[in-house]
Write a new protein. Sequence first.
Length: 236
Amino acid sequence: MEFHSFKTFEEMSAAAAGAIAKILRARPECILGLATGSSPVGTYDELARMHREEGLSFARCTTVNLDEYLGLPGTHPESYRFFMEKHLFSRVDIRRERTFVPDGTAADPAAECAAYDARLERLGGTDLQLLGIGPDGHIGFNEPDDVFTPQTHVVDLAPSTIEANSRFFESEADVPRKALTMGMRGILLSRRILLVASGPAKRKRIDEAFSGPVTPRLPASILQLHRDVTVLWSED
Ligand code: GLP
């Protein structure tokens, strides 16, 4: 694992965007694994700037997101589809039909998960997977558990995740209790992993995840098994 520490969120975000832009320029038809949460927002701002000012194009790439709240349509302001539209898709030249986010309103969520995995396998995994890390060490929405789940699946969100994510909703009661998330196989299939995180609490989780045992109790620890992980961390 390669670890880079930055003073500011802006510097970290510029480094993350730079790594993504490098792949996009070398292979315009690349497959990007994308994430939500506050950590990648600066990365998307910088990518949008590079599109505007430097002609960075997303026209030929495909994106696959990690997760979505169960029950939220893409028009809901807190859905992850909406998040991606707002922070990246609407600001660049990406083709919407090449953007994949699990459908939180699928009539049969299990079938939606299976179809999501089938697509990911067809694509051969992503070239780069952008990740954040939850306060409990989750990646995507893979919460601490007794086992690692390889497939895309429906999860019960941990109480600490519901509490942490309630800052985006009117009240904690409005936070969906379940989500669809890419499983560990989908994440590990990526050729390269780029994890972005900020602040002392996340730093502690990262240290535990990469220096302690590989355990489903700390989901991010599975990244120890991947051969190309870069962690970008900022102090603020
Ligand atoms: C959510 C997302 C995760 C993300 C995590 C951390 O729960 N499902 O993919 O990594 O939040 O978010 P933040 O970066 O806002 O701390």
